[in-house]
Structure formats: C-alpha cells, structure tokens
Design a protein around this ligand. Structure first.
Ligand SMILES: [Mg+2]
Length: 236
C-alpha cells in the first residue's frame, strides 16, 4: 500500500511580473516578428500585455495596427507559431530578472510534500518553459495551463486542475487551488472554480488596483515564505 500523501495544495504560478521580468523582450520580439509577417511597421505600444494570453495579445496588436477582427484571426496562427520560434531562440538568462524572493520561495516549496507546483500563464507552453529555464527554475513546474491551451485566461484554471489530476491522481478543488499572479486577470481567472487568489505587486499593476479586485491575499512581493505559507496553507 502506498502511504505517500498527495499534496494538498495546487500552487499555480503566473510567470511575467510574478516569477520574473524580461525587460520588454516579448514586446520587441512581437513587434519585429509581426512587422516581418505583415510587411510593414507594427507597434505594440498601445497594448497592455499584463494578464493576457499570447493569442489575445497578438490579436490586439494586429487590430491596433489597422487589421479587422477577421483579418487578425486569420493571421494569428501563423503569427503565434512564428513568435514561439523567435522567442525560443531569443530568450536567454541575460534577458531575465528573477523577482525578489522567488528563488528562495520556490526552493523551499519544492522541498514540501504538501504542495504541488505548476504554471498558469498566458505564455505559449514552449515560451513559458524557455523563460523559467532561463530563470534557473527549470524542473520545478512539471505541468501547467498555458496561452497555447486557450486564449481566455478564465479557461486555464480548469485545464490546470485536469493536468494536476493526471500528474498526481488527486482532484484539487476550491481553495486548494491557489493562483499566484500580478494582474487583475490572475485574480479573477480562478473565481469560476472558487480558487484562492494571491496577488503580488511585483508586476505591472499597482497595489490599489489589485486590492480593488479583492484577492484572498495581497503581497508586496514573494520575499516572505512563512507569510505566504501561513495564509495559503491555513485557508480551506
Ligand atoms: Mg503576469
């Protein structure tokens, strides 16, 4: 009989603004790639990337640059494939700033058998793993839900829960699913499944805006593993 306990909490980490920052690399790569694809200059300046999935971002950039919704939808698959290929080659440790406290927190969480780590991000799966590997965090996140799974972030938590079942044999529900992110979209995307939302102010959204979304826990950063665990583990 296997007496090993299943992890009781599924911790789903966002990447950009939560685990790391990339100094605008994604924005530059997308502008260059879309300009090549479209044969004219493309600006991503007016488009916020925060909390959005890659398919959403590409669609918004194209529409901001004069393409109709149907033209953007038609171009998106080729654009996304090209972006993944470009990003895969370009992402390197020199572009990555790991945010304060993240290495220590992840190292600590990885030693515990009561939590299961995974990703929940708008990045394509390939780009997501390029980023975490360049951050020195490869191997900590065995699965996740990604922008390549669905353009709507609210669809990602149920996908992560299904993958967690495949990985652990355990069905995570309600507040045992913890979504950690830096954007308004991270806070609300898990509402449909009753997830516990941890908002961090290390990204692109200010504290007051995050607070207005009533996350279950609002942290300035991830520098205090004890505080993080106290709230996340004791909430049922
Ligand atoms: Mg983010």
């Amino acid at each position: 009989m296997n007496l090993k306990l299943k992890p009781v909490k599924l911790l789903l980490f966002d990447i950009d603004g939560t685990i790391l920052k990339t100094d605008g690399l994604g924005r530059r790569l997308l502008e260059d790639m879309l300009a090549r694809l479209c044969g004219r200059p493309i600006s991503a300046e007016q488009v916020s990337f925060s909390g959005k999935t890659d398919p959403q971002i590409v669609r918004e950039i194209l529409m901001r640059n004069g393409f109709s919704a149907s033209e953007a939808d038609a171009l998106a698959p080729e654009a996304l494939a090209a972006y993944v290929e470009t990003a895969r080659k370009a992402i390197a440790p020199r572009h990555i700033e790991v945010l304060p406290g993240v290495h220590d927190l992840i190292d600590h969480l990885a030693t515990r058998d009561d939590v299961q780590l995974a990703l929940l991000t708008g990045n394509h799966e390939v780009t997501a793993y390029c980023k975490v590997e360049a951050a020195g965090l490869g191997g900590f996140f065995p699965f996740g839900a990604f922008g390549s799974d669905h353009a709507d972030r609210a669809e990602l938590p149920p996908i992560a829960v299904r993958r967690a079942y495949d990985h652990t044999g355990h069905t995570y529900a309600g507040k045992d699913v913890v979504i950690i992110g830096d954007s308004v979209n991270d806070v609300w995307c898990g509402r449909g499944i009753g997830a516990f939302a941890v908002a961090v102010c290390t990204g692109f959204t200010d504290r007051a805006t995050l607070a207005a979304q009533s996350p279950n826990l609002l942290l300035d950063n991830l520098c205090d593993p004890d505080l993080f665990l106290h709230h996340v583990m004791n909430h049922v």
